[in-house]
Design a protein around this ligand. Sequence first.
Ligand code: PLP
Length: 287
Amino acid sequence: QWIYLDGQFVTKENAKVSVYDHGFLYGDGIFEGIRIYNGNIFKCKEHLDRLYDSAKSIMLNIPLTYQEMEEALVETLKRNELRDGYIRLVVSRGPGNLGLDPNRCPKASVIIIVEQLAIYSEEAYKTGLKTVSVSTRRNVPDALNPKIKSLNYLNNILVKIQSNLSGAGEAIMLNAQGYVTEGSGDNIFIIKNGVITTPPCYLGALDGITRQAIIEICHQKGYKIKEEPFTLHDVYVADEVFLTGTAAEVIAVREVDGRIIGEGHAGPITLALLEEFRSIVDKDGVK
Ligand code: PLP
């Protein structure tokens, strides 16, 4: 396995970063998770747009141009002879001193890791996930706007710990006002009487690329879709609930806080959207 580390290809054993890297010391950096399907870097432009937007927002100077970054992704895939899998692209502030001033970090570090991936079994897409809502609140837009895909995932990790303790596969996060925002690493959709609803990102959700793809599919296929705030009550009484994410794709939720959703397994609209999504994944991207 070859890992791209600041312009060099190194083995997994030799892929090391400095203990002075502010990504490590302070979580000062950004990242993307991207899928490769049949040699196609799915939604490459969208992921790179989000990466460069996140960088601009936190004033992080990515040492590669957009074009160079795309080439680095393609080259890393070639080196690893990978046609299906997952890319983790990380840009950290780079090595500095122990102070938190980013001006002391002369050069950002760029890391590209590619791996095989299967987070859920095919069975799980039919049975759906058991989930719980958690007490950790999602930040509403402030300095750390949830639209920035930063390396500060402690909030999400606390969420994961809580859902693990409850024996659930995923968690549902609310914001301080009690509106549903997203999962620990996925966006959420509910369906009631044929209407599909997802929370607006301003409530405190990452603007997921899979989320965008599903909204687009809904428009194309004539499903009623809206972005509107909703509460846990709406989730409990929904006919179907599903989560979307680069790794998870489109996965049904069968249970939330002990309430069974719909029939207790993946519903027909969720499965139809998963099928539609899977039919475009090796088309829309960079080969
Ligand atoms: N929400 C959070 C907090 C995430 O980390 C992710 C994963 O990237 C998502 C949502 C889903 O976004 P995407 O579909 O771009 O993977």
